[in-house]
Design a protein around this ligand. Sequence first.
Ligand code: NAD
Length: 502
Amino acid sequence: MKTVTHWINGKPFGDDSGAYGTWGSVTDPATGEVTAQVAMAGAEQVDTAVAAAKQAYATWSTSSLAHRITILYRYRELLNARRDDLAALITAEQGKTHADALGEVARGLEIVELACGLGTALKGETSTGVSSQIDVASIRQPLGVIVGISPFNFPAMISMWMFPMAIACGNTFVHKPSSKAPSASMLLAELAAEAGVPDGVLNILHGDEVAVNALLDHPDVAAVSFVGSTPVARHVYTRASASGKRVQALGEAKNHMLVLPDADLDAAADAAVTAAYGSAGQRCMAVSVVVAVGSAGDALVSRIAERATKIKIGPGNDPTSDMGPLITKAHRDEVADYVAGAAAQGADVILDGRGFTVEGLENGHWMGISLLDKVSTDSDAYRNEIFGPVLCVLRAETYEEAMAIINGSPYGNASAIFTRDGGAARRFQLEVETGMVGVNVPMPVPVGYHSFGGWKDSAFGDHRMYGSEATHFYTRGKVITSRWPDPAETPAGPDLGFPASH
Ligand code: NAD
């Protein structure tokens, strides 16, 4: 059986003497079969990885920007050449379709490209002559060892949100991907080494909360980037902050799509189906709630149902599949329970995906399409992130009622409005309490040079992912005030008054 080890100091780490830590299993969600054993780090392996990153920091942080950027350009080329292989690894362990996995890699590459252009973002500011013979320069310097912790649903993209920017800024990195889909990160590390990223600059540690907590507590870790569920995001934020680390921790989502009666309902239905069921709903930017206003409701639900029944569900490596399985059997059962619960709590079940399976692959983690109408805001299906192919439709009489529903959610990741009314769209983008907003765009994932992140229980910490906020997160400011007097000048002598500009 395949084994996935840690990656420390530029090579696979571990040997038969047990230096790996313990072992976990990786399952193919389409077959339900265990396909690999993955090393699970304990405190000892965490120490080794952090020590490697700390040692590499001394040289990497003082290497020239030109050197770092040249390596990142080479990395970009290697990733581009191997995007198909990366996508295949994602599909085999996460389950999403190959086309979807290629899309994930493309969005990750965007951030590598952003990192290649980091010179502009890192260039600092200078003011000359702020006082007599005094100049002031603001510069930004790297932090040290950064830890990145990522979820199962984007095994490559979210890693690529984090380490390329962090190492371009001069930091070194220890990445802890989800042990449910660990292989893509190993290829990312191998290609980084091939591109010339020095040993110890990028390390991969697999594991669970044992590894995470050891990383959060480690005195040689300067900052933590996290993406995952809200309870873990809150834990990571609290625990790492308590030991003085800088933390950004992105959590769960319940993304609402508000549809006004004047919207193009065919376009809105296309968008809702794409955004709700793509990647089997296992996207933090998935639309999981449609709030239909007034007469939009019935017309929209019938259009969504008509389109959703045509979705072909099957293994991700079958090019005819539109949607793959869910990550684990346990998660599949949780999603099914939400559908059962919603029916018991008064929703109309328009489409019920619970009985779905794929012939010959009955042990796969299959869940068909579910569409729930007239869902109440009190129901469990509305209140919790389901993270599966289940779309909840809520009805509202007015825009104001719909907005009150959306802003009443504890989550604030993303939202969208579908309308032909520019005034309503403008009002929505100003009033809605989410970090990302779409206007006739269902999944408003910002491009690389803007930043990604939510509000409220969807994100903890002050910095968003990528864009200029990443440069800020992965560096700290220093302001240098200097004076170079004319050597011929006679010193003025001591003056104990408060220094004033003149
Ligand atoms: P998760 O929270 O279970 O795991 C995320 C990471 O934390 C993994 O590396 C995991 O090993 C580790 N972890 C898990 N439990 C832990 C614990 N108790 N203590 C310390 N570490 C722990 O999330 P997941 O199931 O892998 O991913 C899906 C979740 O991620 C969803 O809730 C989704 O909304 C969220 N997500 C959010 C965004 C965003 O940008 N806001 C993006 C993608 C995914």
